[in-house]
Design a protein around this ligand. Structure first.
Ligand code: FAD
Length: 387
C-alpha cells in the first residue's frame, strides 16, 4: 500500500488531478481551504480550449458540463483604430469549436461530483495549509482545520493552491513580473446576438475581450491600474457607454452590466523546482496575462500530464529526482510557450507608437490570409505543445 498523493488546493486544477488519479486507482488526499460548495455560484468565466474539453471528456465530466458551456466557433481579432483584422474559424480547422466558455462554479461543482462517485476519495474541506516542508524521504504539509493544527506527509505532495496562499517554500523560487495592469471582469448584455463569436480587440489601453457566455458576453477589460479604477468607479450607464466607445460597434449597444470585479495582471513562473517530493501545478506554477485565454488550459494540462507521469512511475520512485526531472521536462515547452506567447501579445499590442500600430494592422490582415500560420496558431492554442 502506497501513501496517498496529497494535493493542496481543490480548485479546478487540483480537482482534475485528483479525478485523473482516481481513474487510475491511485489513492489521493486533497486539502481545500474553502467549505464544500463555496465556489459553486462563482460566475467567473473560464475560457477552455478544445483540448481542455477533450481532457474533461476523458474524465467523464464533460457530459455534465456540455449544456452549461458556450461554444466559441469564431475568434475575431482586431485592433482599435485600424482596419486589419483576422478571423479564426473552427470549421477551417476541422474542430467542432475553438473553445468554450464555462463558469468557474459549474466546473468546480462537476469535478467535485465526479470525485464523490469514488467511495474512497478523501477530500478534507476547510483545511488550510500553512506550511510545506519538502525533505529527502517525503514532503510534509501542516494545515489548520477546526482550530487544530495537523500534518500529513507523502512521497508526493502536489501544490495546486492557485499561488496565492503560501510563503517561502525551500527549493521553490518564483519569478514575477507585475504588468501594472488590472483586468476588469463582468458579464454584459448586448444589442446583437453573439453567434458564438469571441472578440479580442487590442487597444492602446490594453486588450479587451468579449467571450460568448450563455445569451450574453463575459467581458475582460484590461488597462493600467489607474485607468481600470476609473472605469470601475463609473455608474452602470456611463460604464456601458464608455465600453461602447472603447470596443466599437460590432455587437451593437451594450445594454446592461453585471457585478464588476478586478484582479491584478502578472506573469509569474517558477525556476526549476529543486524540492524533492513536491510538484507545483496550475496557477501556483505559472500565471499569465488573460489575453489569449491560455493560463487555465496550461494548468489543466499540468494536472492531466502529472497524473500520467505518476501512473507510469513505480510508487517507490514517486517524488524522486528522476520523476521530478521527467515531469518538469515534459511541461517545460508548453508552459514556456504559453508565457511567451501571452507576454509577446501584450507587449506588441499595448503601445500606440505610430508605424508599429499600422504594422500591426497589416500583420492582422496578413494573418488572415496565411492559412498554415493560422492552423498552427489554432493547434497550439487548442492542445499546447502537443498540438
Ligand atoms: C479574480 C479572478 C478572476 C479571474 N478571471 C478569469 C477569467 O475571467 N477567465 C479566465 O480564464 N481566468 C480567470 N482567472 C484565472 C483563473 O481563475 C485561473 O486560471 C484558474 O482558477 C486556475 O486554477 P487553479 O486550480 O490552479 O487555482 P485556483 O482556481 O485559484 O484554485 C486554488 C484552490 O486552492 C485553494 N487553496 C488556496 N490556498 C490554500 C491553502 N493554503 N490550503 C488549502 N487550499 C488552498 C483555494 O481555495 C482554491 O480552491 C481569474 C483569476 C482571478 C483571481
Amino acid at each position: 500500500m502506497t501513501d496517498p498523493v496529497i494535493i493542496v488546493g481543490g480548485g479546478p486544477v487540483g480537482a482534475t488531478l485528483a479525478l485523473t488519479l482516481k481513474h487510475k486507482a491511485i489513492a489521493v488526499t486533497m486539502l481545500e481551504a474553502r467549505a464544500k460548495g463555496a465556489t459553486y455560484q462563482d460566475q467567473r468565466a473560464l475560457a477552455l480550449s478544445y483540448g481542455s474539453r477533450a481532457i474533461l471528456e476523458k474524465l467523464g465530466v464533460w457530459a455534465k458540463l456540455d449544456a452549461q458551456a458556450t461554444a466559441i466557433n469564431t475568434i475575431h481579432i482586431s485592433q482599435r483604430g485600424s482596419f486589419g483584422r483576422s478571423l479564426l474559424k473552427a470549421q477551417d480547422h476541422d474542430l467542432p469549436a475553438l473553445g468554450y466558455v464555462l463558469s468557474y462554479g459549474a466546473l468546480t461543482k462537476a469535478l467535485d461530483e465526479a470525485l464523490a462517485e469514488f467511495n474512497d476519495v478523501k477530500v478534507i474541506y476547510e483545511a488550510e495549509a500553512t506550511h510545506i516542508e519538502p525533505a529527502l524521504d517525503a514532503a510534509t504539509v501542516r494545515f489548520d482545520q477546526a482550530s487544530t493544527s495537523q500534518h500529513l506527509s507523502s512521497s508526493l505532495l502536489v501544490l495546486a493552491d492557485g499561488g496565492r496562499s503560501l510563503g517561502d517554500i525551500s527549493g521553490i523560487q518564483r519569478e514575477t513580473k507585475m504588468y501594472g495592469h488590472d483586468a476588469l471582469v463582468t458579464k454584459v448584455k448586448c444589442e446583437l446576438p453573439h453567434d458564438n463569436i469571441a472578440y479580442e480587440r487590442f487597444t492602446p489601453m490594453g486588450p479587451v475581450a468579449l467571450l460568448p457566455n450563455g445569451k450574453d458576453f463575459s467581458l475582460v477589460w484590461t488597462g493600467k491600474q489607474a485607468e481600470v479604477a476609473q472605469v470601475m468607479a463609473l455608474d452602470d450607464a456611463e460604464f456601458l457607454s464608455q465600453l461602447h466607445r472603447h470596443f466599437g460597434d460590432r455587437v451593437g449597444r451594450f445594454l446592461s452590466v453585471g457585478k464588476r470585479l478586478t484582479f491584478p495582471l502578472k506573469l509569474s513562473y517558477l525556476n526549476p523546482v529543486t524540492a524533492p517530493h513536491l510538484v507545483v501545478i496550475g496557477n501556483a506554477a505559472q500565471t499569465m496575462h488573460p489575453v489569449a485565454g491560455q493560463g487555465f488550459n496550461v494548468g489543466l494540462r499540468d494536472a492531466y500530464e502529472l497524473a500520467q507521469q505518476i501512473a507510469h512511475t513505480a510508487p517507490e520512485a514517486w517524488g524522486q529526482n528522476a520523476m521530478m526531472r521527467a515531469y518538469q521536462q515534459d511541461r517545460k515547452t508548453d508552459t514556456k510557450r504559453g508565457l511567451m506567447f501571452t507576454d509577446f501579445l501584450v507587449n506588441l499590442f499595448s503601445n500606440d507608437i505610430v508605424g508599429v500600430s499600422s504594422l500591426r494592422g497589416m500583420s492582422l490582415g496578413m494573418l488572415d490570409l496565411l492559412k498554415p500560420v493560422k492552423s498552427r496558431l489554432v493547434r497550439k492554442m487548442s492542445f499546447g505543445s502537443r498540438g
